[in-house]
Ligand binder design. Structure first.
Ligand code: ADP
Ligand code: MG
Length: 272
């Protein structure tokens, strides 16, 4: 058996598939560049380590159950000037995950709440923290079912395990009494143990109507907000902007000039 053949057999035995796949490139470039032995070894071993990390992150991303993967790089902060970028920079350090503190993203539909929640989850996963995404409605439905089947405690553990739990679209639908109680249990159980990233189109003042009961709403908010950052987004829907740009929304007939004139000037401001 040639050295190369023995090398391949050994790589296969050790399950070093990434090195195996790049073996020729690695050897050819080493022959050409004559790196120090240690550098060559480092590059070879890194090939495997990088591939494993990518695979691991991919699995973690799939397990996170995100509705889509979007990052901060894909977020146009200039379009949403009400967002304090310094606050976002601080969140991106993931100190809040370390502190088991919560992040509440508030604002009307389409302003980027889910995008930012997903971007934070992606950041957490990149730094090897587990994240899990659910809409508030699916979460409460799932736990309500578990309650009726007498296995609420066991099911709750799924939502207690990840360092970051994203609860999306709180308040789109009101919760019944059982839903509110279950939600309270979840928030209490994660309190000071794991972060919740929550998005809602309702301001805190309206939370009584989500839970149907101001007392439970206060109890939930109390725990949720004790260690938390609120990102309040007041602005136009990004979806609406995109549809308007595509000409899918007719411009108002009364002031076509004004509407047309405002678009380029808005874009101009963002470029400054
Ligand atoms: P919501 O606040 O309703 O959760 P989303 O986060 O789902 O809104 O945003 C709606 C769509 O618009 C998504 O595809 C999102 O990626 C995009 N989007 C929203 N805001 C921005 C932004 N400032 N820059 C880039 N894309 C954005
Ligand atoms: Mg959303």
């Amino acid at each position: 058996m040639s050295t190369l053949e023995r090398l391949r057999t050994t790589l296969a035995a050790l399950k070093l598939a990434a090195i195996d796949a790049r073996l020729e490139t690695l050897l050819e470039s080493a022959a050409k560049q004559e790196p120090a032995y240690a550098d060559f070894l480092l590059e070879t071993v890194s090939t495997e380590a990088d591939a494993r990390r990518q695979r691991y992150l991919k699995t973690r991303l799939q397990l996170a159950h995100l509705p889509y993967v979007k990052t901060f790089e894909q977020f146009d902060f200039a379009f949403q000037p009400s967002i304090d970028e310094r606050q976002v920079r601080e969140l991106r350090t993931l100190r809040f995950v370390h502190d088991a503190s919560n992040v509440i993203l508030l604002g009307p539909p389409g302003v980027g709440k889910t995008h930012l929640a997903v971007a934070l989850a992606e950041t957490a996963i990149q730094s090897v923290q587990a994240a899990y995404f659910m809409t508030a409605h699916d979460l409460v439905t799932d736990l309500g079912q578990a309650y009726r089947e007498g296995r609420l405690d066991r099911r709750l553990r799924i939502y207690l395990a990840p360092k970051v739990l994203i609860i999306d679209e709180m308040g789109y639908l009101p919760l019944d009494e059982l839903g509110a109680t279950i939600f309270f249990q979840l928030v209490s159980a994660r309190y000071e143990r794991g972060s919740i990233i929550l998005t809602s189109n309702k301001s805190y003042g309206e939370w009584g109507t989500i839970f149907g009961d101001p007392i439970i709403a206060t109890a939930i908010l109390d725990r949720l907000l004790h260690h938390s950052t609120t990102v309040n987004i007041r602005g136009e829907s990004y979806r609406l902007k995109e549809r308007r740009k595509a000409g899918l929304i007719p411009l108002p007939e009364q002031q076509p000039d004004e509407t047309r004139a405002s678009a380029p000037s808005g874009r101009g401001r963002r470029n400054v």
